[in-house]
Design a protein around this ligand. Sequence first.
Ligand code: AMP
Ligand code: TRP
Length: 325
Amino acid sequence: MKRVFSGIQPTNILHIGNYLGAIKNWIELQDKYSCIFSVVDLHAMTVKTDPKTFGDNILMMAKTYLAFGIDPKKSLIFRQSEVPAHTELTWILNTIAKISELERMTQFKDKAKQHKENVNMGLFGYPVLMASDILLYDTNLVPVGEDQVQHIELTRTLAERFNRLYGETFVLPEPMVKKHGARIMGLDDPSKKMSKSSPNAGNYIALLDDPAVASKKIMRAVTDSGSEIKSGANKPALTNLLVIYSLLSGKDIKDIEKEYAGKGYADFKKGLAEVVSGFLSGFQKKFNVIKDSDVRDILADGEKKANEIAERKMRDVKTKIGLTF
Ligand code: AMP
Ligand code: TRP
C-alpha cells in the first residue's frame, strides 16, 4: 500500500479552508493508503507561540482530526515533537539544502513580511523540517493545499540530492492537490486565500465558530457585481461561495446554480448559511464529546509506532552518510 503523510500546525484557529483543502481529503484516503497524519507542533513554533495555550491547541488539533473521522484503527496520528528523528533528519538535510533554494519559498517571503520582528532560523528552515516529516516515512503522496506544493518540490529536490550523494535512501513524494477546495478564498476578499492570520474575523469561518455567528459572516460576505448565481473567472466571490456550498453539501456547482436560477444573492446566501451552520453543528457535536484522555492514549500509541518507523529510517540515513564505524 502506498504511504500518505500530511500534517497541520496546531495554531489556535482552524477554518473551513483547512478542512476543505486538507482534512476532508484525508478522510477519503484512509481506506486506500497507509496514512500518517501529524500534528506538526514544531512547525507552529516558527511564529510566536504562547506556553499558556500551546498545549491546548495541540490537543485541540488532534481532537479535530478525530472528530472529522481520522480513524486511529486505520491511520497513525502523532505529535511531531514526540518523534525526535524529525529534528535529527532536519539537521542532516540542512547540510545539503541551499540558502538560495530556501530564499525562493513564497511562504517564507510572505511570513517574513508578516512577522518582520521575528524572522528566525526556524521560519527560514521550515521547509527542511517539512521535508524530514515526509521523507522519514517513505511517503509516496502528500495531500495538501496548493500553497504547499512548492515545499513538496523542495522535498523532492533534497531527496534526490541526498540519494545522489549517499546512495538510494529516500522515496520521492508527490503532492496530491484537489482541484476544488485547494484554495478557499477569504469571505471579505476573494483575491486572497481564507486565512486565520487575517485581522478581520469576517474573512474566515472557524470550525469552532458559533453557527449563528458563521451564518452572519456568510450573509456579510463580499459578492460580485450582477445578480446571477453563477461561477466563473469574472465572478471570483461567487465562485468561492459556490465551491464552499458544493463541497460542504456534496452537490454539483451546476446543480446549485440551477437551484438558485432566477433568485438573488440574499436567497443564495441564506441557503449557504444553512449548509455552513449545519456542517459546523455536526462537527462541534462530535468534537465536544471526545475525551482528552482518549486523545492522549491515541497519540501515545501513534507516537510509539511513528518512532519505530522513523528510527529505522535514521539508522539507514546514518549508515549511508558514514556516521557509523
Ligand atoms: P495552515 O493552516 O496554513 O498550516 O494550513 C493547513 C492546511 O490547510 C494545508 O494543507 C493548507 O494547504 C490548507 N489550507 C490553508 N488555508 C487554506 C485555504 N484557504 N484553502 C484551502 N486550503 C487551505
Ligand atoms: N507546512 C504545512 C502547512 O503549512 C504543514 C506541514 C508540515 C506538512 N509538515 C508537513 C504538510 C508534511 C504535509 C506534509 O500546511
